[in-house]
Write a protein that binds this ligand. Structure first.
Ligand code: IVH
Length: 689
């Protein structure tokens, strides 16, 4: 065999390998709507494949992923910033919890027991949310939800959906964003799957995946061939308010040609539960899939007063239908190591279909949970999944036992690094004590650092992080930003590695460089400090404004008697435990080293609380004390926060305003002694109105 033939053979094998990988990725992405590789990795595969095909044109076949319909130069859609955030919903699962939702609304608004809280109950459509933007009554943009702040531009695809109006009538506002759900009817879903099977293609798991897969097609012709529907359920930006109740909003949208589902007005828990039972009964007859009922406070003034908490409105919730269940066997119990060292037992299951999705893992939470449910390896169990939550083991069918089942023994060593696995008193979680030296923790921290709500670096998928870590290219987050510089003088540059090329290398550096400027809240979240989630990171960012101020405050807060500590635990959601985790993070020398390195590579932008720019109390520290009569304390606090003020529980020199209601006591005295401005409830309302 000549040298040339050998290379051609190699090329052929490589071509097949890459084609298979791309087909698998396409299937995961388009059919299951569960991408297994990042867009960057996908583009890289594509680039490699094109390179081989350019050199060996004889390998180009009609079914090559570079030739098939649906293939386009890049899988990415343009990103779209939402003018008003797209929110999600809190959930309730029972009559008690539904009652709890109404009670909370009542308490927040300070309503008396006899006052009726009217709710609109509407079906929760199981599809994908979409925002339609009309400017001068013309559909100009359609976007997916994405992370709520930024989604993907799917305008061309949505324009092919027959029931979505391209124009609104003259009486619609100049600017209107209609929010709703794109779905696929059961009928269309069955027809599509029959056609898929006929063509020898994989069927879709459920209508939601089919809808999502159909919309996220770069080739609009594919979307056009799929029968999709849309229901509107709320709005984003609008030039003016054209309704006083949610009912009226639905009516107006309906008049303007936006498809609306039916709904029921509920005035009591009896109405709520009666409707719930009715809808549950009629669910199989509906032509679209629903996974619950959404309750929305009808009065829009109340909605405005209730506002939002983190990512969901206080004025709405979803009453979810019971989870779908199936029976299967536990093959093994594995231990997963998380980024904070938490060791989580995971059941490996004989794959089983639950509600249209194949499930092969279920979380077991912790060892107490395993003991409480007496779960053994080899047991036959009931598993369930509801919505997007991780599948769970509900119970063991003990009658199925034959004596061969094994009791799970907690490990006393980390399965990854071998360090002691310790369970501290009062903690349900066992943790690896390896800290910085545990490879798995380090890798999980890196994955978290680049994840969507943190640095959101497209090109660094899980597999790449893993291999770069193993090769020593990236050991800690700061290394990511030195990758390009190191690569320049490297004897084995990234482009020379298997599966890489010049283009993919360039794209990787671009996606990293795009993130050298980052908002402080994302930066804090990315650090992966235990208990510091996205919402808390935002609060820390808005309280401390810069990373240096935060670092200094956390060092000062080591003194639990001092002001810094008092300020820290006055922040909403930060109790003594989270405070301790924060303080410990900033007390660790290694973390400070990485932090300093990161700072030298990054431009960390102050976090701006949304929609507060012209508020007179933005950035002010406010303390409420005494009894308020025109609003509840919770409402006052929420309102102040949406206006950009920081609400604190204690008075200090830094406090800007103390709002003193009736019978104010020690806090009022302290304010007077510190010369802090004291406002009456009415003064405060005048100030913010
Ligand atoms: S209201 C502030 N209403 O459920 C408004 N959402 O779990 C927030 N959904 O992202 C959404 N049917 O995609 C609303 N009738 C309905 C809905 C609905 C389905 C989806 C929506 C949302 C998700 C939240």
């Amino acid at each position: 065999m000549s040298l040339f033939d050998l290379q051609a053979e190699d090329a052929k094998a490589q071509h097949k390998k890459l084609s298979d990988k791309m087909r698998a990725a396409d299937k995961a992405y388009y059919q299951n709507d569960a991408p297994e590789i990042s867009d960057g990795e996908y583009d890289k595969l594509r680039g490699e494949l094109e390179k081989i095909e350019a050199d060996y044109p004889e390998l180009v076949r009609a079914d090559s992923p570079t030739q098939t319909i649906g293939a386009a130069p890049s899988r990415g859609f343009k990103k779209v910033k939402h003018a008003v955030a797209m929110l999600s919903l809190s959930n309730v699962f029972s009559e008690e919890e539904a009652q709890g939702f109404v009670d909370k609304v009542r308490r927040f608004l300070g309503l008396d027991e006899n006052e009726i809280v009217a709710l609109v109950a509407e079906p929760k459509i199981d599809g994908l949310s979409c925002s339609l933007r009309y400017e001068n009554r013309i559909l100009v943009q359609a976007a997916t939800r994405g992370d709520g702040a930024e989604g993907e531009d799917i305008t061309a695809n949505v324009k092919t959906i027959a029931c979505v109006p391209q124009n609104l009538p003259d009486d619609a506002p100049d600017i209107l964003e209609v929010r709703g759900e794109i779905y696929m009817s059961r009928k269309a879903f069955n027809a599509l799957n029959a056609a898929q099977l006929e063509k020898g293609k994989e069927p879709f798991a459920n209508p939601r995946n089919a809808a999502a897969g159909s919309v996220r097609q770069l080739d609009v012709k594919v979307t056009e061939g799929r029968e999709l529907g849309f229901f509107g359920y709320s709005i984003g930006e609008a030039s003016y308010r054209f309704y006083d109740t949610h009912e009226e909003l639905r009516q107006k949208l309906g008049q303007w040609g936006i498809p609306e589902t039916s709904y029921t007005l509920c005035n009591s828990i009896e109405d709520i539960m009666g409707n719930y039972e009715d809808v549950l009964k009629s669910r199989p007859d509906l032509d679209y899939e629903i996974d619950g009922i959404v309750y929305k406070v009808n009065d829009v003034n109340w909605q405005a007063r209730l506002g939002f908490i983190s990512r969901s409105p206080r004025w709405a919730t979803a009453h979810k239908f019971p989870a779908e269940q199936a029976i299967t066997r536990i093959e093994a119990i594995d231990i997963q190591v998380g980024r904070t060292g938490a060791l989580t037992p995971v059941a490996r299951l004989s794959p089983v279909t639950v509600g249209g999705v194949v499930v092969s893992n279920a979380t077991l939470h912790n060892e107490d949970e395993i003991a409480r449910k007496d779960i053994r390896i080899g047991d036959t169990v009931v598993v369930q999944r509801a919505g997007d939550v991780i599948p769970q083991v509900v119970e063991v069918i003990t009658e199925e036992r034959n004596g061969s089942e094994e009791i799970f023994k907690p490990l006393n060593k980390c399965p990854d690094c071998g360090a002691h696995a310790v369970r501290e008193e009062g903690d349900v979680i066992r943790r690896c004590s390896g800290g910085m030296t545990c490879p798995k923790q380090a890798i999980e921290r890196l994955k978290h650092f680049v994840s969507r709500l943190a640095f959101d670096i497209d090109g660094l998928g899980d597999k790449i992080i893993q291999s770069f870590w193993e090769e020593g290219l990236i050991k800690n987050p700061a290394d990511i930003f030195m990758l390009e510089a190191g690569n320049k003088d490297s004897l084995t540059p990234i482009r020379a590695r298997e599966g890489w090329g010049g283009l993919s290398e360039k794209n990787l550096f671009k996606s990293i460089n795009d993130r050298r400027s980052i908002a402080l809240n994302r930066f804090i979240y990315a650090l992966g400090i235990r208990q510091i989630g996205e919402a808390t990171a935002k609060r820390l960012a808005s309280t401390y404004a810069t990373i240096d101020a935060l670092t200094l405050a956390m060092v000062q807060a080591q003194d639990h008697e001092g002001e810094a500590y008092a300020d820290l635990i006055a922040i909403e959601d930060i109790g003594p435990a989270a405070a301790q985790d924060l303080i410990a993070f900033f007390a660790e020398a290694h973390n400070i080293t990485v932090l300093d390195a990161l700072k030298s590579h990054l431009d960390i932008q102050p976090y701006e609380m949304p929609q507060v720019s012209d508020s007179p109390v933005a950035g002010k520290i406010v303390v409420f004390t005494g009894t308020l009569v025109q609003m509840t304390r919770a409402e006052a606090k929420a309102k102040a926060e949406t206006l950009g003020a920081k609400v604190s529980g204690s008075v200090s020199k830094k406090t800007d305003y103390v709002v003193a209601g009736e019978d104010a006591g020690s806090k009022l005295k302290k304010a007077q002694s510190l010369d802090v401005t004291v406002l009456s409830e009415q003064n405060w309302l005048d100030l913010i109105s």
